[in-house]
Write a protein that binds this ligand. Structure first.
Ligand SMILES: *Cc1c(COP(=O)(O)O)cnc(C)c1O
Length: 443
């Protein structure tokens, strides 16, 4: 079977050019650094469009699939515009993400709003902007959303997020579908929720069920198990309450390849498993094909992104490690500190020389845990060298902070030898732009 883009560590356009430097999207990374400085996030448009096509191709045999990019992986206006042009809808989890996709011109009927504690203001904004589906998570939210919809004279379209009780073997923090989870209704609470929607909550219209099992998933069987549970529940609810529920949302979670030992399945393999399972349950329960929502985040954007850093100080611990520090770290990529995540890096401006050394890549932030890569073999590094860390498109910028009062990096999108700035680097004035010194302290 052919590979899909999430199965590569590096953007598909990555190569060594005539000057001996690494280039991506036809842009020499040394030139990018000269122009835009570091740390710098780089998004390769060809890789991003590549994975979009992989997903579309993988599901072309099942036309009732709705692709929703999980924007929490990376939500910027340009990325939203591009994915919208690719035909994707958006899974959002905050007023900020909803506002971003709205301002980018996204068709709001293709937006879904998720989350376990959506606020009054966020739900109100979502109702006002015409968000297409609300994945309701708990009893509190059902009451709140109904009240908001009623006050605006609208009926809103919802799914019920359920906890299907499937375990997956990923990191504990990124498992969400097991029984003791903060997300969604327990299977035993579904009927009570449905009865409220059919009775008291006249401004909510139920279309189906939603589950999301976890992230960085390599086990293909999980999606089949999930479809079995969701479809079985829908069939049961349709019979018990004479409903026509015909939507299931099976979430996101497909993994990517951060390092050589990661072997994620392809979109094509996942597509075949999902479609085969759907055909099986359609026949078994004798139902019309349900509409299936997919919400991939990481697998859409991760491989397209890299981060460029400049090497600064280094330290050889006597009889110990050699630390090489770069000008970014846990504030622009918190994943190693949070999840012990691993990354591959290469030196942009040096050939794979014979002389390599084993080093630890340290960040610049004031935490001993701010280590980007624990151990990696690289050409000997000098101050001023440019390091490229691969597969940083997802959950890097979107999780970035201003820790240590450091400005967030810029982001460029590269394609066909041109580079466009899509997020400006923060300035020192941006950092203090929301600060207020009360008058009484000025006296
Ligand atoms: C985070 C999340 C996703 C996306 O997960 P990825 O692992 O990035 O694909 C999809 N759906 C829901 C409900 C999520 O919380």
């Amino acid at each position: 079977m052919t590979n899909s883009t999430n199965q590569y560590i590096k953007p598909i356009t990555t190569k060594i050019n005539a000057s001996g430097n690494i280039e991506i999207g036809g842009c020499d990374l040394v030139d990018l650094v000269e122009k835009f400085s570091t740390p710098l996030y780089v998004i390769d448009e060809a890789t991003l469009c590549g994975i979009c096509n992989d997903y579309k191709k993988a599901f072309e045999k099942y036309p009732k699939v709705r692709m929703m990019y999980a924007s929490k992986a990376l939500c910027t206006s340009a990325v939203a515009k591009l994915l919208s042009d690719e035909g994707f809808g958006f899974d959002t989890v905050s007023g900020g993400e909803i506002y971003t996709v709205y301002k980018a011109g996204v068709d709001m009927s293709k937006v879904l709003f998720n989350g376990n504690n959506k606020s009054f203001d966020e739900l109100s904004l979502a109702v006002e902007l015409g968000v297409g589906r609300f994945s309701t998570d708990n009893f509190f939210e059902l009451a709140l959303l109904n009240e908001i919809a009623q006050s605006k004279g609208k009926v809103v379209d919802i799914l019920l997020r359920i906890t299907p009780g499937i375990e997956c073997h990923t990191h504990e923090y990124i498992q969400t579908g097991h029984l003791d989870s903060k997300f969604g209704f327990d299977l035993t609470q579904i009927d009570e929720a449905v009865e409220l929607i059919l009775g008291e909550y006249k401004n909510l219209k139920l279309y189906g069920l939603h589950a999301h099992i976890g992230s960085q998933i390599f086990e293909t069987s999980i999606y089949a198990d999930e479809i079995e549970i969701l479809v079985k529940e829908i069939v049961r609810l349709n019979e018990k309450y004479s409903l026509n529920l015909d939507e299931i949302n099976i979430g996101g979670g497909l993994g990517v390849k951060y390092v050589d030992s990661d072997v994620p399945p392809s979109t094509f393999e996942i597509g075949d498993i999902i479609i085969n399972k759907l055909n099986e349950v359609i026949e078994k329960y004798n139902i019309e094909p349900p509409t299936v929502f997919l919400e991939p985040g990481r697998s859409i954007i991760s491989t397209a992104g890299v981060t460029l850093y400049t090497v600064g100080s280094s330290k050889q611990v006597p009889h110990g490690r050699k630390y090489v520090a770069v000008d970014g770290g846990m504030a622009d990529n918190p994943r190693p500190a949070m999840y012990q995540a691993e990354y591959l890096a290469e030196v942009v401006n040096k050939k794979e020389s014979e002389k390599t050394e084993k080093v630890t890549i340290a960040g610049r932030f004031c935490e001993s845990g701010d280590i980007l890569i624990k151990e990696i073999e690289l050409p000997e590094l000098d101050e001023g060298d440019i390091l490229c860390v691969y597969n940083t498109g997802a959950y890097n910028y979107s999780m970035a902070s201003n820790y240590n009062r450091v400005q967030k990096p810029a982001m460029v999108m590269v394609n066909n030898s041109s580079a466009d700035l899509i997020v400006e680097r923060e300035t020192l004035d941006d950092l203090i732009s929301h600060d207020i010194i009360p008058d009484r302290l000025r006296l």
